[in-house]
Design a protein around this ligand. Sequence first.
Ligand SMILES: C[S@@+](CC[C@H](N)C(=O)[O-])C[C@H]1O[C@@H](n2cnc3c(N)ncnc32)[C@H](O)[C@@H]1O
Length: 207
Amino acid sequence: MYTNEEIRYKYMKYAKLIDQYEKLPEQLFFRKRRQRLLQHASGDVLEVAVGTGRNLSYYSQGCTITGLDYSPEMLNEAMQKTDARHQPIRLIQGNAESLPFEPNAFDTVVSTLATCTFPNPIQALKEMQRVCKPDGRILLFEHGRSRWPILGRIQDNRAERNADIVGCYWNRLPLKLVQASGIQIQSVKSSYGDFLVEIIGQPGRSV
Ligand SMILES: C[S@@+](CC[C@H](N)C(=O)[O-])C[C@H]1O[C@@H](n2cnc3c(N)ncnc32)[C@H](O)[C@@H]1O
């Protein structure tokens, strides 16, 4: 497991290349799922681990967006995507596991392709619940270990190597993590045996 500082260092090296490296999976697998999920975002939106800002163009113009990431270099890349939008976007450096916001601050909390990277994903998911209004929405799009045997085994075999590059453990089980965090799940869309999952939820009652 890598610490936040080690992950930050990895993304420092990777920030300028990641959009290019992931162009194909973005086009084939991610784009339409981001679009489908983010149509449910409204009001004051917090995007946790905003990365290079690949979701930014999918929010409706009515949303006010705050993007947070641990990596200043990733935020720099995201900043370059903000010009295309009419409304200002606030970008903040911070830690998903201790979000610098008051409880119930946001109508929608979003995180995509990031529970694989957080050193303590359950703590990050609890923080998302804390800062989301009780009747707000939590929107997650994640990748995880596939139940398809061959794909799952390939993921297990390459997990350490993959994590070594960007700190991403692609054989975690995001749905189980979300359940363990206490998020009340309202809908799940799964593809390729849970390799990709889109989750719509609300903060759990005990948070
Ligand atoms: C694979 S990228 C995903 C970026 C973006 N969400 C997307 O969908 O393209 C993972 C991101 O998580 C960020 N990250 C990792 N650990 C973090 C933490 N503890 N707090 C905030 N951001 C973190 C990394 O800096 C990186 O930008």
